[in-house]
Design a protein around this ligand. Structure first.
Ligand SMILES: Nc1ncnc2c1ncn2[C@@H]1O[C@H](COP(=O)(O)OP(=O)(O)O)[C@@H](O)[C@H]1O
Ligand SMILES: [Mg+2]
Length: 217
């Protein structure tokens, strides 16, 4: 197993927001966590990255990450593409990429559109382009697993469609754990899916097997 999270309890101060979450991602897999606002999706990804204090275990390639700092986890091959993208808005597309890694051409190969716009400031990109830049930047860390935090947020449905094709391409090269509220994106790109509500996994299964209409309108 590439990543396994076992009985994770995550805290902000004394407040427990994940109440014993267990999930796993195999090599080559794309796995989705679906859940409404406030369910704990971001907290789960941040815990995996060592950005939130937790109890329980996070194992990566069999290694227990407990006690490892965020940068040490990145070095092991875990990259987070954060909620809200967190770009350097006043810097060019290219400079945003250079901050993350040298192999800018790798990013341009995956996202030719970013090459066309490489001199443009990040703030002048469309929402979908900004999301691509955020994903490209995470990929320059050459991760073994890419954690994607609600990449569809704020994007029009047609843009989400093209984003899902991009993520499908990427998933051929890197394992993916994506958290989303957007059911159709999740269905398009993932092999397996967990449902997270109020800090608990309430259902899981292969995409197609799981009755999503029970949880989402
Ligand atoms: N920095 C924080 N301090 C205290 N509570 C927080 C903090 N961040 C998130 N929370 C709470 O933790 C719960 C889960 O939040 P979050 O992981 O952001 O959910 P999601 O990403 O699914 O919307 C929510 O109830 C939220 O209010
Ligand atoms: Mg979130």
């Amino acid at each position: 197993m590439l990543l396994s999270v076992d009985n994770l309890r995550a805290y902000y101060g004394k407040l427990e927001v994940l109440h014993g979450v267990s999930i796993c991602v195999d090599r080559g897999e794309s796995v989705c966590i679906l859940g409404p606002n406030g369910a704990g999706k971001t907290t789960l990804l941040k815990s995996i990255c060592g950005l939130v204090s937790y109890e329980g275990e996070v194992l990566f390639e069999g290694l227990n990450l407990n006690g490892l700092k965020p940068y040490e986890r990145i070095k092991l091959g875990i990259a987070l593409c954060p909620e809200g993208r967190r770009l350097f808005l006043n810097m060019s597309v290219e400079d945003n990429l250079i901050v993350a890694g040298d192999d800018v051409d790798y990013a341009y190969k995956l996202f030719p559109r970013l090459k066309e716009r490489r001199k443009e400031k990040a703030k002048n990109l469309r929402g979908g382009e900004q999301q691509m830049l955020a994903i490209a930047r995470s990929l320059l860390l050459k991760p073994k697993i890419l954690l994607l935090d609600e990449p569809s947020m704020g994007l029009a449905p047609i843009v989400v469609e093209s984003l899902s094709r991009v993520i499908e391409e990427i998933s051929k090269e890197v394992s993916i754990l994506i958290v989303e509220q957007n059911v159709s994106l999740a269905m398009d790109i993932s092999d397996r899916c967990y449902i997270l509500t109020s800090g608990r996994i309430v259902d899981e299964g292969e995409v197609g097997e799981i009755d999503l209409s029970r949880y989402f309108k």
